[in-house]
Design a protein around this ligand. Structure first.
Ligand code: GLU
Length: 494
């Protein structure tokens, strides 16, 4: 029988969630859902100096926002908890003792200065500059001597003298020569366990079967394989080593690794700009994977149906903000109008376009206006600018204002005359409908004044909506209503 899949997402809560990290979460989620396995969400918060509760909250929020869920971890619990490493100190203490008692580790008294000097000498002599094993075989007299000097010791793991090869789920066979994997520190001098210990220990104890993570962690895999081997021999965990798959780097502008400082790197950028969770998740999925047949537009459910780790591409993926934005636009157009209106509404309130509790009439206008702008919208954040004119001057909303640049360009002498002619054409219109408004304006401005459409309607558009770019003009006039439209034409034409 094949073993049930157990994957994990185990970020460290430092800073703003990063899109590369969310891509890792997404791929683990998709693999768990595809296989009917379990997604464990573990928080690697053993670095008190860098970890923050704020970042922890932001992490949980970003995953939920994207539409991901997890089967074990914060808020849901599970049989393998606690799921925050800061609460697992006792467990690590026991593992460290077991490893030491069985001779897998040794105390290392080398100071940072000594290590630096020896590393420099090795480098100059063209030798391997990794840890040289100076404390590997200390006698008990040497240990006592160091201790009586007042030295403290870290705990180092004794690497077996062998090359390390594994069949990476993404990259195929990967090998690291023994000389590249020296003995490494697993516990600091103050007793704090390090990532090198706690990460594989928890993978072993939590029965993780597949470790899917970023390529930046590739070089830590030989050490983790060695530690897993020792833990298995000591009976810690199931004894089954996980399989490893390293997801490709995510590159930013100029083909450099996407750095935390790049604006497109942080999750909060997308939430603020008004990306849809569906759009961002869809784009993140394309960073190293695709469902095939050139399909680039799909939902999380479709991804989970199709996702297989063996289809992940080992080549670096490029983060293309334009493409991400355009996929988001496709998602906006895929929503039905009332869903889109519901998602736009809170943004309009937040930006003061609508009052805290919009009236039923305002909500109706919004629902009618949304289909008019969805073609032009790439993010929800653009909606407020396009729709503000419909609600301006109402109680609790901002006053109507012309965009100064657009007004300067279009409401010149000729523009003002055009607006006046438009008002005269509309003032006695019998029925205030899109068709009749269009008919009257075309007759007056194009047939009557002989203007080209751009010159005819541009000034009217600015007078009515405040901007050169707006929802379609005749529909906008209908939605705004006779009285307010005529008042705006009068104001701009005076
Ligand atoms: N806490 C580690 C990180 O955020 C996780 C590494 C791993 O997935 O093994 O980089």
């Amino acid at each position: 029988m094949t073993q049930a899949v157990r994957v994990r997402f185990c970020p460290s809560p430092t800073g703003d969630p990063h899109v590369g990290m969310l891509r890792t979460a997404l791929f683990n989620w998709a693999y768990a859902r595809h296989t009917g396995g379990t997604l464990v969400f573990r928080i690697e918060d053993t670095d008190a100096a860098r970890d923050s509760e704020e970042s922890y909250d932001a992490l949980l929020h970003s995953l939920k926002w994207l539409g991901l869920d997890w089967d074990e971890g914060p808020e849901v619990g599970g049989d393998y908890g606690p799921y925050r490493q800061s609460e697992r100190g006792e467990i690590y203490g026991e593992v460290v003792t077991k490893l030491a008692d069985a001779g897998y580790t040794y105390p290392c008294f080398c100071t940072q200065d000594e290590l630096t000097v020896r590393r420099e000498i090795a480098r100059k002599e063209g030798r391997n500059s990794g840890y040289d094993g100076a404390c590997r075989d200390l006698t008990s007299e040497q240990v006592t001597a160091f201790e009586s000097e007042g030295r403290t010791s870290v705990t180092r793991f004794r690497m077996p003298d062998q090359d390390w090869t594994w069949d990476d789920l993404v990259r195929g066979e990967v090998t690291f020569g023994a000389e590249h994997v020296p003995d490494f520190v697993i516990v600091r001098a103050n007793g704090d366990p390090l990532y090198t210990l706690v990460n594989p220990t928890d993978d072993a104890l939590m029965g993780i079967t597949h470790v899917l993570r970023g390529e930046d962690l590739l070089s830590s895999t030989p050490r983790q394989l060695a530690l897993h081997g020792a833990l298995a021999r000591l009976g810690v965990g199931s004894g089954e080593l996980p399989k490893f798959g390293h997801l490709p780097y995510v590159m930013g502008e100029g083909n450099k690794k996407l750095s935390k400082r790049d604006p497109e790197a942080s999750f909060s950028h997308y939430e603020k700009a008004g990306f849809l969770p569906e759009g961002l998740a869809n784009y993140l999925a394309l960073l190293g994977w695709s469902p095939g047949n050139d399909l680039e537009f799909f939902s999380l459910t479709q991804m989970a149906e199709k996702f297989d780790i063996s289809n992940v591409n080992a080549n670096p993926a490029r983060f293309d903000l334009k493409k991400c934005t355009s996929i988001n636009g496709d998602w906006i157009r895929a929503l039905d109008a009332s869903d889109l209106a519901d998602r736009i509404l809170p943004r309009l309130i937040a930006e003061g376009v609508l009052p805290e509790s919009p009236t039923e009439a305002q909500q109706q206008v919004l629902r009618a206006a949304v289909p008019l702008i969805s073609e032009r919208l790439e993010t929800l954040g653009q909606a407020a600018g396009m729709l503000a004119f419909l609600f301006a001057d109402e109680p609790g909303s901002k006053p109507f204002a012309l965009d100064p640049d657009d007004a300067a360009k279009l409401l010149d002498e000729q523009g003002i005359a055009t607006v006046q002619a438009a008002r005269s054409a509309l003032v006695n219109l019998e029925s205030w409908t899109t068709e009749d408004i269009e008919f009257a304006l075309r007759a007056a401005l194009i047939d009557g004044l002989g203007l080209k459409p751009r010159l005819a309607f541009g000034p009217v558009r600015v007078a009515i909506t405040g901007r050169r770019v707006s929802p379609p003009l005749f529909e906008s006039l209908e939605l705004l209503g006779r009285e307010r439209s005529l008042a705006r034409l009068a104001a701009a034409g005076s």
